[in-house]
Design a protein. Structure first.
Length: 99
């Protein structure tokens, strides 16, 4: 199985209303140094993969979501009930999924 496939399997496991991080996904596939590769994989992800459930270790959002970048990312998470801190980051204490 290739690395992207392993990443996609882990991302599919993140339940609605929860988030994981690029680093956590990298650790789950056995190599904590691959967090950037997780980002590359998500950019090339197949339709329907819940990529919006992956955020930075600080709960920051990605500009890669179309059409409006971080605003789109936030909207997708809010639709699943994910909460945010006052500075616009995901409330990682409440919504982080450890797998």
């Amino acid at each position: 199985m290739n690395t992207f496939t392993l990443i996609y399997e882990q991302v599919r496991r993140i339940p609605a209303g929860k988030v994981s991080t690029y680093g956590q996904i990298a650790r789950m596939i056995g190599n904590p140094r691959l967090s950037r590769v997780v980002g590359y994989a998500l950019k090339a992800a197949p339709e329907g993969l819940p990529c919006h459930r992956v955020v930075t270790k600080d709960g920051d959002l990605s500009d890669a979501f179309t059409p409006m970048g971080k605003e789109t990312h936030r909207m997708l998470l809010e639709l699943e009930g994910v909460g945010f801190t006052e500075d616009g980051r995901v409330d990682m204490e409440a919504f982080f999924w450890r797998g």
